[in-house]
Design a protein around this ligand. Structure first.
Ligand code: PLP
Length: 369
């Protein structure tokens, strides 16, 4: 058995020779950015693949979220999940919006629709839920709450590439869904992202906001920033897309193998997936409960000592970070489920190049104590 370290994820790259013709075309044309041919092709390919109508490519997932917020033209408070990556709240803070944290659902780890309504105030402008680990939020209930309160909905869909619910792509819900193509995500362009918009007009606005607000050579219509994706990344994305389904099917096998081998360990709870959904198997979180001989952090250290780098994801909770913990909604008493899960969760290695032997090695450490 190899003693190579096992990381929680490993970015997948296509064979370099497959990428060379794309690079040659870029070198030959000297079109490097500003919506070149690969940008347009990748945008169209994503629309087809993700079964959505309007996609705007972005430089990364964070700028995708912040551009969506800018396009929504919000002021005041935004109800969001504390159980996410810090970027979710940071984009609000940087847009002069106040994050208001609501609790999460203990099964899906996504924002619990029932906790949103009590958090609404006259200053509430929008809801920003997160499709955690490729599970889908309760989009129907969120829509009902949003419609009732006349609120915009911006989904952080950084984990939701290719995910479908019983009605098709999960990216169709809400006013915007922001994707991330960061190296650690299930689909990567080194750095990258996209915004799925509800209509053409909004996509056009988003495209302007991502290009300094420029409408044409002499017209600037908004104080937009630079959030464009360049040709290098767009061409890589186009190529990555051809391999995506094959990579997800290997992840699905690893997910099944973990489930089979870890299912009956006392004190280890596996996250259940909704069988009616098409998942991307992007993470494999377990909960380390009091019935297990080690606490979560000791298990994390033990795995590390064997060369297995798991990840406490998401820990610490965003609402416990120094820049947010003094907000009234950040009180742990307001967020009991999120705090409990954040203290128990550990994400195990999962990526398409992970071998069966490596999966067995991870399982072996979890089983023997
Ligand atoms: C990765 C991630 C982001 C940020 O995306 P970047 O492309 O790294 O800027 C935002 N939200 C969530 C939930 C993420 O996992």
């Amino acid at each position: 058995m190899s003693d190579e370290p096992i990381y929680v994820t490993q970015p997948w790259l296509p064979p370099l020779e497959e990428f060379m013709p794309y690079l040659q075309q870029i070198w030959h044309s000297r079109i490097l950015t500003n919506r070149g041919p690969f940008y347009r092709q990748f945008e169209q390919a994503l629309c087809d693949f993700l079964q959505v109508e309007h996609v705007a490519l972005c430089a990364n997932g964070t700028i995708a979220l912040s551009t969506a917020l800018h396009a929504a033209g919000l002021e005041g408070e935004v109800i969001t999940s504390p159980y996410s990556f810090p970027a979710t709240a940071h984009v609000l803070a940087n847009s002069n919006l106040t994050p208001v944290f609501a609790d999460i659902d203990p099964m899906t780890f996504c924002l619990d629709a029932a906790t949103i309504e009590p958090a609404i105030t006259p200053r509430t402008a929008a809801i920003m839920p997160v499709h955690v680990y490729g599970n889908t939020c309760d989009t129907r209930s969120i829509k009902a709450v949003a419609d009732k309160g006349n609120l915009r909905v911006i989904y952080d869909a950084a984990h939701a590439f290719g995910v479908q619910d019983d009605a098709g792509s999960v990216l169709k819900h809400g006013d915007f869904s922001a994707l991330s193509f960061h190296a650690t995500k299930v689909f990567n362009t080194f750095e990258g992202g996209a915004i799925v918009c509800a209509d053409r007009q909004t996509k056009e606005l988003v495209d302007k906001l991502n290009n300094f607000g420029i409408a044409d050579e002499t017209t600037v219509v908004a104080a937009g920033l630079n959030g464009k994706m360049d040709e290098f990344k767009a061409s890589l994305g186009l190529l990555q897309l051809k391999h995506f389904e094959q990579l997800v099917s290997r992840r699905k096998m690893i997910d099944a193998s973990y489930r089979e081998q870890l299912g009956d360990i006392p004190g280890i709870t596996l996250m259940q997936r909704d069988g009616r959904q098409v998942s991307n198997f992007s993470y494999f979180p377990i909960l380390v409960e009091p019935g297990y001989p080690l606490d979560r952090d000791s298990l994390y250290e033990k795995l590390k000592s064997r060369g297995i780098f798991s990840r406490r994801y998401f820990y610490p909770l965003i609402s416990n970070l120094p820049m947010y913990r003094n907000l009234p909604s950040a009180d742990p008493a307001n967020l009991p489920v999120a705090n409990a899960i954040s203290n128990k969760v550990l994400c195990l290695p999962i990526y398409s190049a992970l071998s069966d032997e490596q999966v067995e090695k991870v399982v072996g450490v979890l089983k023997c104590h």
